[in-house]
Design a protein around this ligand. Structure first.
Ligand SMILES: Cc1cc2nc3c(=O)[nH]c(=O)nc-3n(C[C@H](O)[C@H](O)[C@H](O)COP(=O)(O)O)c2cc1C
Length: 181
C-alpha cells in the first residue's frame, strides 16, 4: 500500500473524531493519508491529531499555501488513488451530488483524476439520512460510481435510535484498502 494515496475528507459531523482513528488505521497499513477538513469539521475536532497521525499537512482552507506551485486541491486530486469522505454530512453529500466547489474538499472531489475511486461513509441524524433530498443525492452519486458504506442503525448522538451512525472505522478502513488493490 506504500504507493497508495488516500484523500480523507472529514466533514462537520459529531462523528468527526472517529476519523482520527480511521486515519491512523490507514497509515498503519502503509497508505499515504492526506486529510482535508471542512471548516465545520473543525468545530468538532482540530487538525492537529490528523497532522500528527497522518504525518502530512492537513488542508483546511482552499487558499492554504502549499509547497509547490499547484493549489492543494489540484495536486492532491491529481495524485490520489482514493477519495474517502468519512464522516460525510448531509450538507457535504448534497454539495458533492450538485458538483458545488466552495471548499477544498468539494474542489478536490470535482478535480479528482479519473482513475481514483470514491468511498463515502455518511453519518447523520436518522431523519436527515432518510430525507428524500439526501436519498436522491446518494442515488445521484451512486450512478456516478461513488460507493457508500453505512450508515448503521443504533443509538444516535442526537438522542434518537435509528439509522445514521458512522459505520465502524475498522470496516471503513478494510473496504478502503480493498478498493486500493
Ligand atoms: C452538535 C452538532 C452535530 C452535528 N452532527 C451532524 C452529523 O452527524 N451529520 C450531519 O450531516 N450534520 C451534522 N451537523 C450539522 C452540520 O455540522 C452542518 O450541516 C454543517 O453545515 C456541515 O458542514 P460541512 O458539510 O461543510 O462539514 C451537526 C451539527 C451540530 C451542531
Amino acid at each position: 500500500m506504500k504507493s497508495k494515496k488516500i484523500i480523507l475528507g472529514v466533514t462537520g459531523s459529531i462523528a468527526a473524531h472517529k476519523a482520527v482513528d480511521l486515519a491512523s488505521l490507514l497509515v498503519k497499513q502503509g497508505c499515504a493519508v492526506h486529510v482535508v477538513m471542512t471548516s465545520d469539521a473543525m468545530r468538532f475536532v482540530t487538525p492537529l491529531p490528523f497532522k500528527t497521525l497522518s504525518r502530512n499537512p492537513v488542508v483546511t482552507d482552499l487558499y492554504d499555501e502549499t509547497e509547490g506551485w499547484k493549489p492543494a486541491h489540484v495536486q492532491w486530486a491529481d495524485e490520489a488513488n482514493l477519495l474517502l469522505v468519512a464522516p460525510a454530512t448531509a450538507n457535504s453529500l448534497a454539495k458533492l451530488a450538485l458538483g458545488l466547489a466552495d471548499n477544498a474538499l468539494t474542489c478536490m472531489a470535482l478535480a479528482l483524476n479519473s482513475q481514483a475511486r470514491v468511498l463515502i461513509a455518511p453519518a447523520m441524524n436518522g431523519k436527515m439520512w432518510l430525507h428524500p433530498a439526501t436519498q436522491e443525492n446518494v442515488a445521484t452519486l451512486k450512478v456516478r460510481g461513488v460507493e457508500f458504506i453505512g450508515p448503521e442503525e443504533g443509538m444516535l448522538s442526537c438522542g434518537y435510535e435509528g439509522i445514521g451512525r458512522l459505520w465502524p472505522v475498522e470496516k471503513i478502513a478494510h473496504r478502503a484498502l480493498e478498493m486500493l488493490v
